[in-house]
Design a protein around this ligand. Structure first.
Ligand SMILES: [Zn+2]
Length: 283
């Protein structure tokens, strides 16, 4: 009996031991498999991160190339646009005119437009202005009105013919010297350009030196540059007699520069002025 018991115990022990051995063997295989999976995952991660890195690099290179190309393209477009602007711009519009250098009698602005009567002092007369300058003039007068002053137009574009008639007429009325001083050479070409206006106001309707005592003149002196207009012949200028009513459009960028520096248009070098031709009608 005792013997049988021992045999059973031995058999059970053997079974248990063999189970343990088998289990360990399986565990070993399993852990080996897990290890190899882990390795695979690791290498997969490396591949993934590598390709992400490469993709990022490629993407940034491509973006850089695209950026550079579109920048070059933009520069080229700007150059073409500037050339186009320059080809279409009229160099006469920013020239300094004198008794020696004046506009050709055949010159006329590319396009003129009728000034709405709302901006004219004597509404029976029709006035025209360079079509590109008109919006600057009307917005200047609109803003002036909003601030309680009302400069109004008493003269604008004058063709060579009109100018010649006016000169003869004045000569008859006032005599040659006075006529020359008032209408003839002074501001002559600037009116023929179509970019220049003579301004007055209801309280002082004719061209008068005393226009500079009006609040309209004070307003223009402080604000006209914001609309691209400057006084061509200010007090004390060495070119011509003082004309507080005569305002010429030279564009906001140049007018602003002159206002900041306290310089007059006719005191500038022509080469310096010409740089502003391209931006003359910029707002
Ligand atoms: Zn004038």
């Amino acid at each position: 009996m005792q013997k049988t018991k021992i045999i059973i115990i031995v058999i059970i022990s053997l079974i248990i031991i063999s189970y343990v051995i088998i289990a360990e063997y399986r565990l070993n295989i399993l852990s080996k498999k897990i290890f190899s999976y882990e390795e695979s995952i690791k290498s997969l991660n490396t591949i993934t991160s590598l390709s992400k890195e490469s993709f990022d690099n490629l993407y940034s290179t491509l973006s850089r190339v695209i950026d550079e190309e579109s920048k070059k393209n933009k520069e080229l477009q700007d150059k073409v646009m500037n050339l186009d602007k320059l080809a279409k711009s009229d160099p006469e519009l920013l020239k300094k005119y004198s008794k020696v250098y004046f506009l050709n009698e055949n010159y006329s602005p590319i396009s003129t437009e009728k000034i709405p009567t709302d901006y004219i002092l004597n509404t029976n007369i029709e006035y025209k202005l360079h079509a590109n300058v008109l919006p600057f003039l009307t917005s200047m007068i609109d803003d002036a009105r909003r601030e309680g002053v009302e400069p109004l137009i008493v003269s604008a574009y004058r063709s060579f013919g009109t100018q010649a008639d006016l000169k003869t007429q004045k000569r008859v009325t006032y005599g040659a010297n006075t006529a020359n001083r008032f209408v003839a050479e002074q501001g002559y070409s600037e009116h023929q350009l179509g970019t220049t206006v003579d301004l007055a106001t209801k309280s002082m309707p004719s061209l008068s030196y005393r226009f500079d005592t009006t609040k309209e003149f004070e307003w223009l002196k402080n604000n006209a540059y914001k609309y691209g207009f400057v006084l061509s012949y200010p007090k004390g200028n060495s070119y011509y007699a003082y004309e507080p009513w005569h305002w010429r459009f030279i564009g906001i960028p140049l007018a602003t520069q002159l206002h900041q520096d306290g310089i007059y248009f006719y005191n500038l070098d022509q080469k310096f002025i010409d740089q502003y031709l391209l931006t003359m009608f910029d707002k």
